[in-house]
Design a protein around this ligand. Structure first.
Ligand code: ATP
Length: 313
């Protein structure tokens, strides 16, 4: 195989609870991650040159060594030097559809796609768990993005326990295009404001984890109880992001008042999403939100929950 096309889906957090600090400086988390149909499309093409070349359709996305997809290619080169020497570099083209810096794992899913694509082009035969272990080196969301679906993620987000698929629901996403929230800012601010409630020694973390509130949501997902799924959505990072960005707070209130099963911020934001029973309900909520907030900067998208991660087409 000399080239491949990959579909790289975004994710939303149905649940995000911060437990405490880890020795490595990250946060100990309990999350429920959910793939959605909204996806970037990547073309990876072997051209036999010395290195990697990356282009992206979105002007705000860097195309240098700070692009996470580029980092993924460099990691593969480092780990599989012989394959790189045999097959050479690749051209990576990202057709961006996932809003940037939005809490939707746009960069992570592009990186996941490059790991999957190079595994094929370089004929490495790596398994999904092996690719996920590589993905951990790039970012906490990368392992999830490889296989996708509906997953309870613990640790810093890299320990994955797939649960019953939660896929027959629609979702309205709202994001102000000019607003970007830095994930590290959100977590650092949370630490400053709520760090006194953290637990950090191993025994305390284990006992705190036994008290996490994700159980009712996991149960609602396995019972396919859609109203309860909407009711039990949760995200601790709302406590720092919403007070700082009043536009986002207002968007959340507006979407919640309009209806749907439930409304929440995804990850570190600023994307707000509303879960819906049907496409018709999602269209209706989107139209009403557009009437309520007449701002061309507000991007409103409709998509579906999905049970897949990176797809090769
Ligand atoms: P997460 O939810 O994983 O924290 P995010 O969805 O909030 O991530 P991204 O879309 O990944 O955020 O973008 C965060 C920053 O990363 C952007 O400001 C951008 O400069 C940089 N970046 C690097 N590589 C990419 C990429 N392939 N796609 C988008 N942004 C990228």
């Amino acid at each position: 195989m000399r080239s491949c096309t990959l579909i790289a889906p975004a994710k939303v957090n149905l649940y995000l609870e911060i437990i405490g600090d880890r020795l490595d400086g990250y946060h100990e988390l309990v999350m429920i991650l959910q793939s959605i149909d909204l996806a970037d499309r990547l073309e990876i093409c072997a051209y036999g040159a010395q290195d990697f070349n990356l282009t992206c359709s979105h002007p705000q996305v860097p195309t240098d060594e700070t692009n996470l997809a580029y980092c993924a290619a460099q990691l593969m080169k480092l780990e599989f030097n012989e394959a790189f020497a045999n097959y050479g570099g690749v051209d990576i083209t990202i057709d961006k559809h996932i809003p940037v810096a939005a809490g939707l794992a746009g960069g992570s899913t592009d990186a996941a796609a490059v790991l999957v694509g190079l595994n094929l082009i370089w004929e490495l035969g790596l398994t999904i768990p092996e690719l996920q272990r590589l993905g951990e080196k790039l970012g906490s969301d990368v392992p999830f993005c490889i296989a996708g679906g509906t997953v309870v993620a613990t640790g810093k987000g890299e320990k994955l326990d797939p649960i019953e698929a939660c896929e027959n629901l629609w979702i309205v996403l709202g994001k102000y295009q000019s607003l970007a929230v830095s994930t590290s800012w959100a977590y650092q601010t949370y630490r400053q404001q709520f760090g006194h409630k953290y637990v950090s020694d191993r025994a305390a973390v284990t006992s705190r984890i036994s008290k996490v509130h994700s159980g009712p949501l996991v149960k609602s997902i396995s019972h396919k109880d859609n109203p309860k799924i909407g009711h039990f959505l949760h995200n601790d990072l709302e406590k720092v992001v919403l007070p700082k960005y009043c536009q986002v707070m207002k968007l959340r209130k507006t979407l919640q008042q309009i209806g749907g099963l439930g409304t929440m911020m995804s990850g570190s934001g600023p994307t707000i999403f509303t879960l819906c029973q049907s496409q018709e309900e999602a269209e209706n909520i989107k139209n009403k939100a557009r009437q309520a907030i007449f701002d061309p900067d507000l991007e409103l998208l409709i998509t579906k929950l999905s049970s897949t991660g990176i797809k090769v087409i």
